[in-house]
Ligand binder design. Sequence first.
Ligand code: ADP
Ligand code: MG
Length: 373
Amino acid sequence: MICVGSGGVGKTTTSAVIGLQAALAGMRVLVLTIDPARRLANSLGIDAIGSELQQIPLELFQEVGLEPEGEMWAMMLDMKESFDRIVERDAPDEETQQEILENRFYHYFSTSLAGTQEYAASERLYDLHEEDQFDLIVLDTPPTTHALDFLEAPKRLADAVSSRALQWLYKPGILSGTPGRGILSVGTSYVTRTLSKFTGGELIDELRVFLRTFSTLFDGFEERARSVQKLLCSDETGFVVVTAPDTLTVEEALYFYDQLDSDALNVDAFVVNRVHPKWVDEAAMERAEYTLAGELESLQSRVDAEFVDANELAEGLLENALQFQLRATQDAGSIEKMGDELPSSMPIACVPYFNQDIHSLSGLDTARQELFS
Ligand SMILES: Nc1ncnc2c1ncn2[C@@H]1O[C@H](COP(=O)(O)OP(=O)(O)O)[C@@H](O)[C@H]1O
Ligand SMILES: [Mg+2]
């Protein structure tokens, strides 16, 4: 299950909430996060989530009165490390592996080139799925504005690797038509000599080593990227679009939906997070200021507290309630409009705006009860 959505809407929180629900329902579930923020670890009651599988201890659930029948595991998907793993797995021998890992071009490739880390992460997800240790894997996607990059990365990398431009650099004979070598592997070629003049021979050497060694991995890429893509498109994978209730974010969520839908990916549900609840009923809203002030004064006489000024407080409270009411009405309106744009069968679940951050297991459980009620 993959949670997508704009930055800050609550993807990480929602992933954990879904994981909690699954664990309580008896599943062995893994929450896979890409968010390096410690908040998730904090809310799960553990010090930090590392790049190794980690089970949330049963005691932590019991402390807040929960008895999960299943197990909840968490893991942080370190994208840089994920790529190193691929090298370690696929390099033909130890020497090549070392050569790649120490290469400056590899370093650039695996950390800075758009999409490579997302690719590595999706491969890791694929591996975890293949290992079949879990009933459910909930994936939290990175805090980027392009949440779909992650999903498109496998295909994009496969395309890049099989592109003529790249093959021209490393594959034998593409340019010359002779069964020779790729253009950079010809040490004395005109291209190499000219490039060396500008960049220094050392850098070219390094690029040559990178292409020679790294090309040993290229062949595997295409095939694996296709398998990853297939898994994402299969019925085994479902997407949850997380959004905030404001008009702009809802628009972005609908855009995500269109993209996913046009790629034939299964969107299972929408979660609208941080919905302003209607705190006060209509009758109370209509209560006059002086009535409220009177009530506050009688309350004041019953408790051992002193208000600044009952009239002022009543005015402030009513103004505040009015603002909240307005937000609540706007939220309800944009959620309804969103529903109109979606297939009528699409479940839309709302989680209210809590008066504090969700930073504990019991906070997650409160959100869970709202989401699954
Ligand atoms: N319904 C909510 N009410 C109050 N705070 C929330 C709610 N949902 C999430 N938060 C808080 O908002 C912050 C951002 O949420 P997070 O899940 O990290 O978003 P994302 O992963 O989409 O960037 C966190 O501090 C989280 O505790
Ligand atoms: Mg996040």
